[in-house]
Write a protein of this length. Structure first.
Length: 132
């Protein structure tokens, strides 16, 4: 499937890039949700350790919590970056679809009038859509 898309043209490459960006975003998003749930559970453990007066456990849990906070912050930044890539890939794909449609309309209008320019337009269509 990957090799087939790779040979099809810019449109197929853009679709693949969008799929990859969406998969990466979903992966980072799920990791972020897991770490947030872990942080919430850790907060409960901290409360219990504090209430019980267990200083040693409290120190270990606070250390783990600060490490977890950094991880959550890093994942949040990464998730925003992934979302930005997904949106950029969607915009680029949309622009390709619009460009392809305009070229197809131009090719239809040049069909009989300008055969030389038609070759140029068909080459552009093939570069975007691939060999059909």
């Amino acid at each position: 499937m990957y090799n087939n898309r790779q040979n099809k043209g810019e449109l197929a490459k853009a679709e693949l890039a969008l799929e990859e960006a969406e998969m990466k975003h979903e992966l980072v998003k799920s990791k972020l949700e897991e770490r947030r749930a872990e942080r919430e559970a850790l907060d409960n453990l901290l409360e219990r350790a504090g209430a019980a007066g267990n200083v040693d456990e409290l120190i270990v849990l606070q250390s783990r919590r600060s490490s977890l906070e950094k991880t959550v912050m890093d994942l949040s930044i990464s998730e925003k970056a992934c979302l930005h890539r997904v949106e950029s890939a969607r915009r680029y794909l949309y622009k390709l679809y619009v460009r392809l449609e305009k070229l197809r309309q131009e090719a239809a209008s040049l069909e009989e009038a300008e055969p030389r320019q038609l070759v140029r337009v068909r080459m552009q269509i093939e570069a975007i859509a691939g060999a059909e």
